[in-house]
Design a protein around this ligand. Structure first.
Ligand code: PMP
Length: 396
């Protein structure tokens, strides 16, 4: 017999979400997650994936992953610290360190558990963390898990950060203080002010932690936000994910050797959760090899991003202030934003609406993630569908 209390909790909460129109129905995608996908047999131009460089279906990576499965099997067989560290994992970590221009790197099973594990391995209840108010959920959870005092600063507000860093330092209450930020903020596509953050950090002896989930493969000719600003030897912890531009799955931290040595003995997902599979790590190593060989995919991503932005802007949409290929189309009111996205879907474009509480009330947007794999024709089609729906709804 099932628990009555659980049933009551589940039914009440599910009904509440459904009544408020916030219950997210998931439609499985019936094709690889490329620039065009099919959902329930319907063909859609895909502007909602994080597969920035199109690597999720890259032929070289697929071939390497298949070879790895044949040679090494489908599972790593253990957690990293028992005997789940295959030579394949070490190879990937060396490659990440080379790519990021750091002494060493360590890979985790996802970006999310990497943030949970790495933040809580370094910070504890005697410490404080200065966290940008728009940081990703996995950063927030990692900070909470650490039990450090969390001090939020206004989004990319360097005066606020400096003031809070000064107060925290001068209070003498904390053994260590960290400043943590996304490199690229995925809701608006804006870039963290890393040169100023690093200066403040150096003034007040803050540990610097950059989550570059959306910057890797995109900025710094592919090497990320830290490299973009030429700060590779001035940021302590460069975190990233292998699931977005790299196209596979996993997360990592790159930094000095002593940091990586510590994470390998203290980060709990590394110690207690089974290692990434042979296929995953081999495909990721190949992805980084591809990015280090040529900037072709990176350049194509930017060309497509600029093309889409220009196209949407020229027909009258408000596309915000993105500094990266991420292209939000600001609609405003929540319901209108959801209807807009639904109409795009009906017309053949998959672009998700993002509304309160993910973004402030009244700033609902449809977020577009163009990739290197889109053709001009696909983008032109998407732009004309945007124009049709925008005119129909009186937005342009
Ligand atoms: N950090 C940021 C900024 C992200 O956007 C995401 C993914 N949404 C993650 C971490 C988590 O990465 P992963 O999907 O690899 O778990």
């Amino acid at each position: 017999m099932s628990s009555k209390a659980l049933d009551q909790f589940l039914n009440e909460n599910l009904n509440d979400l459904k009544e408020r129109g916030l219950y997210n129905e998931i439609d499985p995608v019936g094709t690889p997650n490329g620039p065009v996908i099919k959902i329930n047999g319907k063909e859609l131009i895909n502007l909602s994936s994080n597969n920035y460089l199109g690597l999720a279906t890259n032929p070289r990576m697929k071939e390497k992953a298949v070879e790895a499965v044949k040679e090494w099997g489908v599972g790593a067989g253990a957690v990293r610290t028992i005997n789940g560290t295959l030579e394949l994992h070490t190879r990937l970590e060396e490659k990440i360190a080379e790519f990021k221009a750091t002494e060493a790197a360590v890979a985790f099973q996802s970006g999310f558990n990497c943030n949970m594990g790495a933040i809580s391995a370094v910070m504890n209840k005697n410490d404080a963390i200065l966290s940008d108010e728009l940081n990703h959920a996995s950063i927030i959870d990692g900070c909470r898990l650490s039990k450090a005092k969390i001090i939020r600063f206004n989004h990319s507000d360097m005066d606020d950060l400096r003031q809070k860093a000064k107060e925290a330092k001068e209070s003498g209450q904390y053994q260590k203080i960290m400043v943590i930020t996304d490199g690229v903020f995925s809701m608006d596509g804006d870039v963290a002010k890393l040169p100023e953050i690093v200066e403040i950090a150096e003034e007040f002896d803050l540990i610097t932690y950059v989550d570059d989930a959306h910057g890797s493969g995109v900025l710094g000719k592919g090497a990320g936000t830290v490299k973009h600003f030429g700060l590779s030897d001035r940021v302590d912890m460069q975190m990233g994910t292998l699931s977005k531009a790299i196209g596979v799955v996993g997360g990592y931290v790159a930094g000095k050797q002593n940091l990586i040595d510590w994470l390998k003995v203290a980060a709990r997902p590394f110690l207690f959760s089974t290692a990434l599979t042979p296929a995953d790590v081999t495909a990721c190593t190949e992805a980084i090899t591809i990015l280090m060989e040529s900037t072709e995919l990176h350049d194509k991503l930017w060309e497509n991003g600029n093309y889409l932005k220009q196209g949407l802007k020229s027909i009258g949409f408000d596309i915000g202030n993105s500094e990266t290929p991420i292209t939000p189309v600001i609609i405003g009111e929540e319901k209108a934003t959801q209807t807009f996205s639904k109409r795009l879907y009906e017309e053949g474009v998959y672009a998700k609406s993002i509304v309160f509480p993910t973004v402030p009330r009244g700033t609902g947007r449809v977020r577009n993630m163009p990739t290197a794999a889109h053709t001009k024709e696909m983008l032109d089609n998407a732009i004309s569908i945007y124009e049709k729906v925008g005119k129909e709804m009186g937005i342009i």
